[in-house]
Design a binder for this molecule. Structure first.
Ligand code: SF4
Length: 299
């Protein structure tokens, strides 16, 4: 991956980022790659243009790397730490690096993962493990199973809130009370794990044949609205997430006020992932189109 330094951050930060790039070994795709939008992972692995990301946008993941490194030296002597495993599914070689696993005392294994996140990220997920963590760790269970480590009886995640602000505790009743927590992750049954693996590999392979579009959710789209507006009034009457909802509202209001001149206006939102966190954005035709369309709407 090419790392730019557009904000002119310290050269040693750049070196750290370059030295700590995720290495998926001889695998075609990593478990985390399989959990990205299929368009993104297919473009990342096709090798035609190197994925590119700016150092400033990598900072959260660099903090996560440093946290992983710090934890490596503190695990029990019977633990397996930061070990990469491989499995093949539908002829795709997949890798995944397990943070920490240890015998559960009953002939099986406990799997543990270190995560860093934001305070509001935890609030929005209702203090439950994020869905992507549940999916990633259950794919690791299959990876371990196929490498002879089974059963996995328990999965936990140690969560560090990288932007925790003590003064917010108590002032906002939802804000996390501590900078760290531990969460249990449900272990899916074998059938659910196999079906999930089959689905994500299938989507990845299909995307290699024909690139699908990323959905608004996959692009982390925020703030895109359809506004019902009235001629002569500056602010919108109401905002909606979809055109259909706005259209219905306009029809209802128009019936009640036949003399009003109502119309619908689109207000472009932000595709946060495309703007800052997608390493293939610089050569993604979908993102180019979105930017072009947003510009047209705004002018
Ligand atoms: S730039 Fe946006 S649309 Fe293109 S692959 Fe990345 S996330 Fe998807």
């Amino acid at each position: 991956m090419r790392i730019t330094n557009n904000s002119n951050l310290p050269a040693y930060w750049l070196r750290y980022a370059q030295q700590n790039q995720y290495d998926k070994g001889p695998a075609e795709v990593s478990v985390t790659g399989l959990l990205k939008p299929p368009r993104m992972s297919a473009m990342e692995t096709n090798g035609s243009t190197p994925p590119t990301v700016d150092l400033a946008d990598l900072m959260p993941s660099l903090l996560g790397n440093a946290w992983h490194e710090a934890m490596q030296n503190c695990m029990g002597s019977d633990a397996i730490i930061e070990k990469r495993f491989y499995m093949s599914h539908n002829k795709v070689l997949i890798s995944g690096q397990v943070d920490y696993m240890a015998p559960d005392g009953n002939g099986g294994w406990e799997l543990h993962d270190h995560k860093t996140t934001t305070g509001w990220g935890l609030v929005y997920s209702d203090f439950e493990p994020k869905q992507e963590w549940v999916e990633q760790l259950n794919l690791y269970v299959t990876l371990l199973e196929r490498n002879g480590y089974y059963p996995v009886s328990k999965i936990t995640v140690g969560v560090m809130i990288r932007d925790w602000i003590p003064s917010k505790v108590g002032r906002d009743k939802n804000y996390p009370e501590s900078m760290g927590s531990i969460m249990d992750i449900p272990v899916w049954d074998k059938e659910s794990r196999d079906m999930f693996l089959d689905r994500v590999v299938g989507e990845y392979l299909a995307a290699k044949e024909e690139l699908p579009e990323c959905s608004p959710e996959q692009r982390w789209e925020r703030g895109h609205k359809w506004q019902v507006k009235k001629e002569g009034r500056k602010s919108a009457i109401r905002n909606f997430d979809t055109f259909e909802e706005a259209d219905e509202e306009m029809a209802t209001r128009q019936e009640r006020h036949p003399d009003w001149n109502l119309y619908i206006e689109e207000r472009p939102g932000h595709s946060v992932r495309c703007e800052r966190y997608c390493p293939v954005a610089h050569h993604c035709s979908q993102w180019t189109e979105i930017q072009k369309r947003n510009q047209e709407i705004e002018t």
